[in-house]
Design a protein around this ligand. Sequence first.
Ligand code: NAD
Length: 340
Amino acid sequence: MTVRVAVNGFGTIGKRVADAVAKQPDLELVGVTKTRPSFEGRRAMEKGYPLYLAGDGKAADFAAAGLPLAGTAAELFRTVDVVVDASPDKVGRENRKLYEAAGVRAIFQGGEKADIAEVSFNALGNYSAAHGRRSVRVVSCNTTGLARAAAVLRANWGVDHWEATLVRRGADPAESKKGPINGILPTFDLPSHHGPDVRTIFPDLSIATIAVVVPTTLMHVHVNHVRLKQAPHDAAEVIAAFRTTPRFHLFAPWERADGTPQVMEYARDRGIGFNDMMENVLWEGGVRLDGRDLYFFQAIHQESITVPENIDAIRAMFDLARDGPESIAKTDRALGLSRS
Ligand code: NAD
């Protein structure tokens, strides 16, 4: 069985999900949408992705730009099995009406509130919860990173309580109108919304998060202190658990990856996707254990970490894999993700 997929919104997340869908043997990318012409629309054309008109876009603008349209978004939605909505925050809620009108299943992103879909999703965390669903929300980049780590810690030692400080990037690299350019902005929403969002995946997880926004575009960094239920033997045991779990990439001290600049340089060297780093990144030198108290840093590439999760969400909805591990392995093989 091949599932026919449309991607609605061809920005940071949408263009990555479209490429990821096109690489899967059991998925077919039927088309992508744009509201107005841009270099990203041009790339869609160059890649051979049929382009459809979305939102309040005007067909004449595309004709003037020389970008051929295959039709309107509404026409596209009627020809596919599922739409991945990758439109800006809160726009997905408006778009939901279009999906309902077309009778098509939908995946939403983390910029939407949890009640947009039947279930919130993370492949390592709750794969089977999306099984057979008509609507699924892939949680945000930070929540995906926390949920993946929670899946490892809960399965191995249990989590008593988790305190995380999220050092958030100010903007994505192409967002030239956002900031801060200088300064550190505390998020006065205390604790931050990320903790409750992780509980959409693990309802009983005791976690409190706080956040600051800093002038960088590369990645987020999470500073974690977790009191585990059972003490691991040593930090090496924790490192081994992360190393042997898909979607984690660990840097050994000898690799001299001091921080996010080197992590993203590695991603450019590796050159998969858009030079993306779709895994949670941990530094072995940044993992410490004191009895049941675990301290670790993890870096999250906001632009790409949710991309493989969108693929697994489709597989779960359409029963294309036996379980989460099988889907994750299939996705990661097609995307060229390595196991560190
Ligand atoms: P983006 O602004 O880069 O891309 C959104 C795209 O949707 C743009 O191309 C825009 O023109 C298009 N669009 C606007 N109105 C539309 C409409 N009515 N119908 C269809 N398309 C429309 O945004 P993004 O960063 O890709 O974010 C998309 C979603 O993914 C949001 O929910 C966001 O919270 C979530 N997300 C973003 C990141 C990130 O760091 N960028 C990480 C994880 C999740």
